[in-house]
Design a protein around this ligand. Structure first.
Ligand SMILES: C[S@@+](CC[C@H](N)C(=O)[O-])C[C@H]1O[C@@H](n2cnc3c(N)ncnc32)[C@H](O)[C@@H]1O
Length: 390
């Protein structure tokens, strides 16, 4: 072990032990901040979320401020959560830093189910040096899409699982408890490094993580279960983070994932993916989905979870510009709308896609009481999927 990996191992031990001890859980976030999904707190409601905790000096509230709200806290508050030695371990590993008399988290930590996921920050600029990670392309913090996909997977315990576009490893690390081995792939080396850390943080030893383009690292291999949450936003920022843009129709990466299912799903195997699709006037989800699965030896269910117009998408996505003020937000909305108009995009839908390789054929599209973009989202569709698969 190098000194660096020693530092990291010590820090992960501290985090695992202490966060569980103080009750840093999804239930606690629901209770304290009324959030269901990790991205329920964004720039728009960040200040009220911080205020909700203003009079709470517990160790749990400090951890929520640091790791979920990405806010600065006093050194005294940190000392109530971590011993002096633990603090030193977290600073050495690039988890915490102090600036102008306040302590900050250099990465966020989302509790999901009974696991913890480190990733780059959502509400502050990415700290390139966080966790000693390589590269500059930020790692996607688990969002509502990640949680919906994770909760929707209905699969018997599998020998082999493949998680494409793994990001923080939120899908891969969760499935590891139900599989002999999991292979996780991401094109971003920083995401690969974070996924390895998250496997270690959660005490999971059967996840192999590879840098690569979709199926390239698993050529010739077939799996019982494939999960995928690809970049899917019909975004004018094609050169932004690798987790973001999915081309003007949203499905640029998804299409390649679905096209590879025949080769990489074992007979009877299942795949679960979540993605936007952006449609031009006259197009619909059914026609697009039929095209995706034209050559697939099996059946597919496509649940429509959200729908919206191009303007709805622009209004939701431009929110990141709010920290530069309302005029910047308005300019950003116009930029998105112009991009979507140029590509003749009229509507956008969020889809949860389930595919099963086998003798049953066909593509079924179901409107799962879609909500209008953006969030709040429809409730997780796990029950509907379970019924369909039965
Ligand atoms: C929306 S994030 C999803 C992360 C995670 N699976 C989740 O559910 O939160 C999409 C991820 O896909 C990765 N990615 C983008 N293009 C890829 C490609 N061609 N092959 C592999 N990974 C890719 C990005 O780096 C990013 O980590």
């Amino acid at each position: 072990m190098t000194a660096r990996t020693d530092d990291m191992a010590a820090a992960l031990d501290v985090l695992r032990g202490r966060l569980a001890e103080i009750g840093y859980t999804p239930d606690a976030l629901r209770r304290l901040l009324h959030v269901t999904f990790p991205d329920d707190v964004g720039l728009l409601n960040h200040a009220p979320a911080v205020e909700r905790l203003a009079h709470d000096h517990s160790a749990l509230a400090t951890a929520v401020r640091l790791f979920f709200l990405e806010a600065g806290v006093t050194p005294r508050a940190v000392a109530a959560v971590f011993s002096r030695r633990d603090c030193a371990a977290l600073v050495a590993a690039g988890v915490l830093r102090s600036r102008s008399g306040r302590a900050y988290a250099r990465a966020r930590i989302d509790p999901i189910g009974d696991q913890y996921f480190l990733s780059d920050r959502r509400l502050r600029a990415c700290d390139r040096g966080a966790l000693g990670l390589p590269g500059r392309d930020p790692v996607y913090p688990p969002g509502s899409d990640s949680v919906i996909l994770r909760d929707a997977v209905v699969a018997a315990d599998a020998r082999g699982v493949l998680d494409l576009c793994t990001g923080s490893g939120v899908q891969a690390v969760q499935r590891a408890g139900h599989a002999d081995h999991v292979v996780a792939v991401d094109v971003n080396p920083r995401a690969v490094a974070v996924t390895r850390m998250n496997a270690q943080l959660n005490g999971v030893g059967n996840v192999n993580v590879h840098v690569g383009d979709l199926y390239a690292p698993v050529r010739g291999q077939a799996f019982d279960l494939i999960t995928a949450n690809p970049p899917f936003v019909a975004s004018p920022y094609a050169r932004g983070p690798a987790y973001h843009a999915g081309g003007p129709t949203g499905d640029r990466v998804l299409r390649r994932i679905l096209a590879g299912l025949d080769k990489h799903l074992a007979p009877g195997g299942r795949a679960f993916a979540i993605s936007h699709v952006a449609l031009r006037s006259g197009e619909d989800v059914a026609a697009r989905a039929t095209a995706w699965f034209r050559r697939f030896s099996g059946r597919a269910l496509v649940l429509v979870l959200e729908t919206g117009t191009a303007v709805d998408l622009a209004a939701a996505q431009a929110l990141f510009a709010l920290d530069r003020g309302l005029a910047a937000y308005a300019a950003e909305v116009r930029r998105w709308v112009a991009y979507l108009r140029r590509h003749r995009i009229r509507t956008v839908a969020l889809l949860l896609i389930v595919a099963e390789r086998g003798v049953r054929r066909g593509v079924e599209v179901v409107e799962a009481q879609p909500r209008v973009l953006p969030i709040p989202l429809s409730p997780p569709p796990a029950q509907r999927i379970a019924a369909w698969l039965a």
